[in-house]
Structure formats: structure tokens, C-alpha cells
Design a protein around this ligand. Structure first.
Ligand SMILES: [Mg+2]
Length: 168
């Protein structure tokens, strides 16, 4: 049976994911995408609101983790270091192996884990592949690349379905 590309809710931004509410649902690990999820493409420094959100997660005993498909060390790894969170590149989203490797490294099970990302066909599909709760955010900025608009259009039906079944 094909794996579902439907997310559990569509949120305006990562900071809309309330750490207390996540913890109340038993979540202790948040796997996050970088580009258009935590920051726009190209940004290297963690913004203040992301630092504050990460601290609020930690105050609830929730670990933030950067799950990247990047194949070379560089911006994503440096971003994670400056934010003070674990990083994994070569994650191969939407395949499940990268998600499983990240959970194994952190000693967490799928039911304790959410994935937050902006793309249905990588972040969401991979999370469902791995049995992790798929939470979708609106991309921070589509401008600058026509391909992003096309992808967003292709994702629209799944976004609409996902809006009807929020996790929080
Ligand atoms: Mg992204």
C-alpha cells in the first residue's frame, strides 16, 4: 500500500508549534527541515525567534534536531552548530532510513517524534514512511525560484486534506 502524503495539520510557522502542547501529546523529539521551514533559503544565522522556540522546547524536555538532505558539510551543519542542536546530513528524505537513524541516535521511538517541514513529497512523505508524526508548515518564502511555485501547486490537495486532521 502506498504511503500517505497527507500531513497532520498545516501550521503558519514552526513557532506556532507549542512546546507544551507537543509534550502533552508525548513528543520528545522534533526533527526539523532547514530551508523554508526554520529559515529562508540562504540564511546562515539562527534568528532570535528560532533560538527562543528551541529553548522553549528544551524547557519541556523536547530535543530539536536538524534533519537535512544536504550531501556536503556547510551551511546546514553550521546553522545547527550555532543553534546548538544535533545535525544529520545525507538524510535521504523521503526514504525512512534517515529518520530511523536520527531516532536511534537520540534514543527515541516514532511515537515520541514529529517531523516539521515545508515539503509534502520529502518531509511529510518521509515522516509517514518512518511512522513519525508529519507536521507541515507553510514555506517561509517561495519567491526566487519558479520551481517552488509549481511544487507548492502540486502539494495543494494534500495540504487541504492535512488541514482537516491537525495533530495539535
Ligand atoms: Mg524545506
Amino acid at each position: 500500500m502506498p504511503v500517505s502524503p497527507i500531513p497532520r495539520g498545516v501550521y503558519p510557522s514552526v513557532t506556532a508549534l507549542d512546546p507544551k502542547a507537543l509534550r502533552a501529546r508525548g513528543i520528545t523529539l522534533v526533527l526539523a527541515d532547514l530551508d523554508n521551514t526554520l529559515v529562508p533559503y540562504g540564511v546562515t544565522e539562527p534568528p532570535e525567534e528560532i533560538v527562543a522556540w528551541k529553548q522553549a522546547l528544551e524547557a519541556q524536555g523536547i530535543q530539536l534536531f536538524l534533519l537535512s538532505n544536504s550531501r556536503r558539510p556547510g551551511r546546514a551543519q553550521g546553522f545547527a552548530q550555532r543553534l546548538g542542536i544535533p545535525y544529520q546530513g545525507h538524510s535521504g528524505k523521503p526514504r525512512r532510513a534517515g529518520y530511523l537513524r536520527a531516532m536511534e541516535r537520540m534514543g527515541r521511538r516514532p511515537e515520541e517524534t514529529v517531523m516539521v517541514g515545508d515539503q509534502i513529497f520529502t518531509d511529510t512523505l518521509g515522516a509517514n514512511n518512518a511512522g513519525v508524526v508529519p507536521m507541515l508548515v507553510e514555506p517561509i518564502r517561495l519567491a526566487g525560484n519558479p520551481g517552488r511555485y509549481l511544487r507548492y501547486a502540486a502539494e495543494t490537495p494534500f495540504r487541504l486534506l492535512g488541514k482537516r486532521r491537525p495533530f495539535l
